[in-house]
Each structure stands twice: as structure tokens, then as C-alpha cells.
Ligand binder design. Structure first.
Ligand code: CTP
Length: 403
């Protein structure tokens, strides 16, 4: 594993103590560390303890450049492959978003052209405040990476909410992903379908469904984070394209089939799209008019191609692992098990999409993963967490097959 030069900027928050573990883990992985501490950080951990753990001098002062070992903010930024700010406080984020440079940390951050990763940590109300959210969005738009805070109990107040800094292990994973370290799917190609399809009735009307694309898009992004080369075929959604993924936008089931087929070969194919089963047999070029006295038009439906069935059929281009979703409103497991054999896929991720569950369009999902070995029922998770788990399971499965 190649080692990298990481510049860690420690901000002034109680989570600063977690940086000691982050430094230890980074060093274990062979990375070289330099550390800048803000004056706030020094209220929580001392430069002495950070220096002892990191094995290097800790930089604290923008103006003290005359010491023998002191180097300036430009060199600190130039001699790093990646800058990590942990914990990133609300104040530090506000200064960065505004382009301030009144201490060593902010001067380094303004001077750098290297990738920057922030691990925010703060009181939940400060994180939720519109000003902080606005600053976070600005920083992302400026190309800065953020590993979001998680839900939990605040060390200082006992309050719970979103504001806890991500764990050092998660920060380390993110750092290594940004540095292009190999992931469990490096070298593999993954195809994902996501979102609904729109089937035209006439030039202005269409048949659709409630799929938001959140689950499929999260899977595509998780696969990219795991190192795969990912192609996402997306129906019409109002989501941004996931990071690090090649996206093709389609409208109809037939376009989705054509794009998905063109994206082969793939090692893994994950069919998360809610493809319309039927389309209108007749799609006039002109809008159907509501003429007075004329009969109400009747839709004549014909069946759409089944993309999953087509791509999962045995043959030289069949992906090694084909994962489908089963959207059910009743007898979820029984229907999913039946689909596993009838559709020719290897795994089915079954979810209950009845209106009461709020899965379609929502941010959470409760799924059962049906494989030839049996059924794994996962607890209610965010769609991002379902995506992470599914990709980790796929990576494990493929690594076992490789060995
Ligand atoms: N699927 C597909 N192409 C279709 C229909 C479904 O690729 N024309 C895929 C979906 O992406 C999903 C799986 O097939 O991975 C099952 O989709 P689902 O809608 O649950 O099943 P259907 O086969 O449409 O059966 P039904 O609607 O009767 O439950």
C-alpha cells in the first residue's frame, strides 16, 4: 500500500481527543502525518500529547516562522497529499466558506489546491442551523469533501442528535478512498439500474410510479466508494448524479434495456429500478384532446421488456452476480422467493413498498436479502446504510468465489 502525506488540522471541539486515535491509525497504515492545531483545539488536547502520538512537531502559529523547524502555511499545504480537518467546528467551516485566513489552519486551507476532507463535529443545533448547513453546501460546491456527523449522544451536554464526529475508522476509510487506495471492488465493473421509468401516453402525459431512485443511486455510489467502475442507468429522478459514477439518463423501459445492455460486460448487476411493467400500445404524436361529447379515452397497455430477465439469462455476458429488488405490498418473502427462481437472478432484495411503510420516496428501508442459502432480514436502515451493506456483502461473495 503506498503511503501518503496527510496534513491533519485539529479544530477546537471535544471530539479533538478522537484525533489521537485517527493519528495512530494513519501511522499504522504507513502514512506520514503533519499536524496543525487551532488555538481552540489546544483547549482540548495539548500539542505535547499530539506531538508524542504523531511523532512530529505540531504547528500552531501562523506568525512564528523563524524557529529552526518552523515552516509556513504554503509549504504545509504543498507538502501534503490530502488535508483532513477533524473536528471541523461550525466556526472553522464558516471561516472556510467565507475565505478567511486569520490563523495558521485557515491560511493553510485557503492556500491549498490539495483535496480537503472535513469531519464536522458540533452541538446538533449548531449543525442543523441554517448558517452551518449553508456553509456546508458552499464548501461541497467548492469541491471540499465532507464526512457527515452521525447521530448520537453529545459528550459535553448529554444531548442526542446529529453532530457527533464520524469515528476514526470511518474517517480513515474515507481518506484512503480519496487517496485512491484499492477498495474491495477495485478492478470490477458494476451496473446499476435506478429510479422509475416514464412511459408516454402522448407527448405531454406519461405512466410513472413513486420510485425516487434514492436506493439505487446510493448503491451506485457505495459501489464506486468500494473501488468499482460503476455505470448507473437512471430513470427520471430529481437526485444529483452520484459521485464517481458514470450515469446514463433514460426515460422508458425500452431505453433502459438498451442502455443496460450496452453497458455490459459487468461483474455485478444490481436492478434497483422500478421499471413500469406496461406501456401504452399507442403513443400519438399529438396531445389527446378532451373533445366535448367524445368518449373518455381508454388506455390499451402492452407489456414492457423485462430488463432483469433479459440480462440475467444464461450466456457469455451474464454478470457473475445478479441482484434484483422485489417491490411487494403483500406476502413479501413468498413473492420474493418466487421471483428469485422465475427471474434467474442470484439474490433478491425484498422490500415492502405498501404506502404505510413510506419506502417509496423515503430515506429508510427495511429489506430481506433472499439468496439460495436462505433469507437475511436486516433491521430498518437508511437507504445509504442498506447500500453499504449490500455492496459489502457482494464484495465478500465475489472474494470467496475468487479464492
Ligand atoms: N425489473 C426489470 N424490468 C422490468 C420489471 C422489473 O428489470 N420490466 C426488475 C426490477 O428492477 C427488480 C425486479 O425486476 O429488480 C423485480 O421487479 P418487480 O417490479 O418487483 O417485479 P415484477 O417482475 O415487475 O413483478 P410484479 O410487478 O408482478 O411484482
Amino acid at each position: 500500500m503506498p503511503s501518503h502525506r496527510i496534513l491533519l488540522i485539529i479544530g477546537g471541539g471535544i471530539a479533538a481527543y478522537k484525533c489521537l486515535e485517527l493519528i495512530r491509525r494513519l501511522r499504522e497504515r504507513g502514512h506520514t502525518i503533519r499536524v496543525v492545531m487551532t488555538s481552540g483545539a489546544q483547549q482540548f488536547v495539548t500539542p505535547l500529547s499530539v506531538g508524542a502520538i504523531s511523532g512530529t512537531q505540531v504547528f500552531t502559529n501562523l506568525w512564528a516562522l523563524d524557529g529552526t523547524h518552523e515552516i509556513g502555511h504554503i509549504r504545509l499545504s504543498r507538502e501534503a497529499d490530502l488535508i483532513v480537518v477533524a473536528p471541523a467546528t461550525a466556526d472553522l467551516m464558516a471561516k472556510m466558506a467565507g475565505g478567511h485566513a486569520d490563523d495558521l489552519a485557515t491560511a493553510v486551507l485557503l492556500a491549498t489546491d490539495k483535496p480537503v476532507l472535513l469531519a464536522p463535529a458540533m452541538n446538533p443545533r449548531m449543525w442543523a442551523h441554517k448558517a452551518t448547513q449553508r456553509n456546508a453546501m458552499q464548501l461541497v460546491a467548492d469541491g471540499i469533501h465532507i464526512i457527515p456527523p452521525t447521530h448520537g449522544e453529545m459528550a459535553e451536554s448529554g444531548e442526542t442528535g446529529v453532530g457527533r464526529m464520524a469515528e476514526p475508522a470511518q474517517i480513515l476509510t474515507k481518506i484512503e478512498t480519496l487517496l485512491g487506495q484499492p477498495g474491495p471492488l477495485t478492478g470490477l465493473r458494476v451496473l446499476v439500474t435506478s429510479g422509475p421509468t416514464h412511459e408516454p401516453i402522448d407527448p405531454v402525459r406519461y405512466i410513472a410510479n413513486r420510485s425516487s431512485g434514492k436506493q439505487g443511486h446510493a448503491i451506485a455510489e457505495a459501489a464506486a466508494r468500494a473501488g468499482a467502475a460503476v455505470t448507473l442507468i437512471s430513470g427520471p429522478v430529481s437526485l444529483p448524479d452520484p459521485n464517481g459514477v458514470t450515469v446514463f439518463h433514460v426515460e422508458t423501459a425500452r431505453e433502459m434495456l438498451a442502455s443496460a445492455t450496452a453497458a455490459l460486460p459487468a461483474d455485478v448487476a444490481i436492478f434497483a429500478a422500478a421499471v413500469a411493467d406496461w406501456r401504452s400500445a399507442d403513443t400519438p404524436n399529438e396531445k389527446i384532446k378532451k373533445a366535448k361529447g367524445a368518449p373518455v379515452p381508454k388506455l390499451d397497455l402492452i407489456e414492457n421488456p423485462d430488463i432483469l430477465r433479459a440480462l440475467a439469462a444464461p450466456g457469455p455476458t451474464r454478470p457473475r452476480l445478479v441482484i434484483a429488488f422485489a417491490a411487494e405490498t403483500q406476502a413479501v418473502l413468498a413473492n420474493a422467493k418466487a421471483k428469485l427462481s422465475s427471474k434467474g437472478c442470484d439474490w433478491i432484495v425484498a422490500n415492502d413498498v405498501s404506502a404505510a411503510g413510506g419506502v417509496m420516496g423515503g430515506t429508510e428501508n427495511t429489506v430481506h436479502v433472499v439468496t439460495a442459502e436462505g433469507v437475511e432480514s436486516w433491521p430498518k436502515l437508511s437507504k445509504v446504510a442498506v447500500a453499504e451493506r449490500l455492496i459489502a456483502k457482494a464484495a465478500l461473495h465475489l472474494s470467496k468465489r475468487r479464492t
